[in-house]
Design a protein around this ligand. Structure first.
Ligand SMILES: Cc1ncc(COP(=O)(O)O)c(C=O)c1O
Length: 451
């Protein structure tokens, strides 16, 4: 074990890590990156099949982002947005985001992470309902298997036990409803459309049972990411939106993974025809080169805020680094690169090949379902294809595939539901897609042989 590895074990507390396993195995140290590849401290070059944490859209050495940061650091390394202050990068970024956003979105508010964006969205929903005198309308509906972050409120909306156990979450009024996963939860022979209708009916029933005057908002990732890349069934969001509208419930689209081209369109909302009241974004907003997130709201919500803040004296939320000029400059440059290099078109051009390679895995004896949209996908592992029965959790099948892929210099991620996720940088090319899925196929074979 190197001195650096020793020091990590001695001093660092790692997020989402089994701490005992870490003491035994030590860290996985990444030293440098280039394009879709990173190098570990042993000199191995690995294809980053997860774009870090679903975020480094432009890969690992985009010089234009380095230059944008350096320029802004030299000019003004810090300023804030409290009490009317601003900077050119923050203003230009607000404008650009609003211009890119779906119809109706009129204002952008900056934060430093996806979790903070979701927390802020929740506060905004409460503020909005208080402004309208709807003081009981506070519960947020989320879905089981959703991932919305880890702060006290966002972590309450996350619907994954491993992110809540031991932390006394949920700690805010939240109602978790069904995961829209046709492969796993539909009745035999139930079409996607019928399944979507059943989920929408169930949502309606649960809202009525709780009392619509207590339900403030529904939050959804257009495609569930960390919960296992769960792609919604046809017509699901159309039907859900109709139910929400009927009960005056706001739609928060959590675009932290889907936003900025991941599903082949600018937003996951575009792919699934969602008309959000509030959107949260982060990650690919800056290609993850610096921490920044945003909450985007409709003009209608803003107008309500404006009147209420007048009454209260101030719109009393925000943080020291929200709209940090260097993060904003890098995010702005990222959005410019998406346009100038036609990155979202590139995603759409790569999508058929990516899909073909994902779909080919469907034939593997371990794969129950292979699914993808744009450049995000997953395989769900099963012990029996016909019954869809899975291996016991203790077998950690997805983690085994992830480990076998690592031996082949490919970084993947084991996600809940024994699914292995794929989410490469958006700049990946067809040869690299082949390299990635050749390694996935080999990794699956290795795990299958070992059974
Ligand atoms: C959909 C979604 N929302 C929120 C978050 C939380 O973002 P962060 O890790 O930046 O706090 C994530 C992180 O993966 C996410 O995928």
């Amino acid at each position: 074990m190197t001195t650096l590895e020793q020091a990590d074990k001695q001093y660092a507390l790692h997020p989402f890590t089994n701490l005992s396993a870490h003491q035994a195995d030590g860290p996985f140290i990444i030293e440098k990156g280039d394009g879709v590849y990173v190098w570990d401290d042993q000199g191995n070059r690995l294809l980053e099949g997860m774009a870090g944490l679903w975020c480094t859209s432009l890969g690992f050495n985009e010089q234009r982002l380095v230059d944008a940061a350096a320029k802004q650091f030299a000019q003004l390394p810090y300023s804030h947005m409290f009490t009317h202050r601003s900077t050119a990068p923050a203003i230009e970024l607000s404008q650009k985001l609003v211009e890119m956003a779906p119809e109706g979105i009129g204002k952008a508010f900056f934060v430093n992470s996806g979790s903070e964006a979701v927390d802020t969205a929740i506060k905004m929903v409460w503020y909005y309902n208080n402004a309208l005198g709807r003081h009981k309308k506070k519960t947020i509906i989320a879905r089981h298997r959703a991932y919305h972050g880890i702060t006290v409120a966002a972590g309450s909306l996350t619907g994954l036990p491993y992110a809540q156990d031991g932390f006394d979450l949920p700690a805010i009024p939240v109602m978790h409803v069904e995961t829209p996963h046709h492969y796993r939860h539909a009745e035999p022979d139930e079409t996607e459309e019928n399944y979507a209708s059943r989920l929408a009916q169930s949502l309606d029933d649960q809202i009525i049972a709780a009392g619509a005057d207590t339900i403030a908002a529904f939050i959804a990732e257009p495609v569930m990411g960390a919960g296992g890349v769960v792609i919604p069934p046809n017509t699901y969001f159309d039907k859900v939106q109709a139910v929400l509208k009927k009960h005056n419930i706001l739609f928060i689209a959590d675009e932290v993974i889907c936003g900025f081209g991941r599903t082949g369109n600018t937003w996951g909302c575009d792919t699934y025809n969602i008309k959000p009241d509030i959107m949260t974004c982060a990650k690919q907003l800056s290609s993850a080169y610096l921490p920044i997130g945003a909450v985007l709201i409709t003009d209608h919500i803003y107008d309500t805020f404006q009147q209420y803040s007048d009454q209260l004296g101030v719109f009393g939320t925000g943080s020291t680094y929200g709209g940090h000029p260097v993060s904003a400059a890098v995010a702005l440059e990222t959005l410019r690169i998406y346009e100038s290099d036609k990155i979202f078109e590139h995603v759409r051009e790569r999508t058929p090949h990516f899909k073909e390679r994902v779909q080919a895995l469907q034939n593997h004896p371990l794969v129950g379902q292979a699914r993808s949209v744009g450049l995000i996908g997953a395989i769900e592992l099963v012990a029996d294809k016909a019954s869809k029965e899975q291996y016991p959790a203790a077998n950690k099948m997805a983690a085994q595939v992830m480990a076998a892929a690592r031996k082949r210099n490919l970084i993947l991620r084991a996600t809940p539901g024994d699914s292995v996720a794929f989410c490469p940088p958006l700049i990946i090319n067809d040869d690299q897609i082949d390299e990635m899925f050749d390694a996935v196929a080999d990794a699956l074979n290795e795990v299958h042989r070992s059974l």
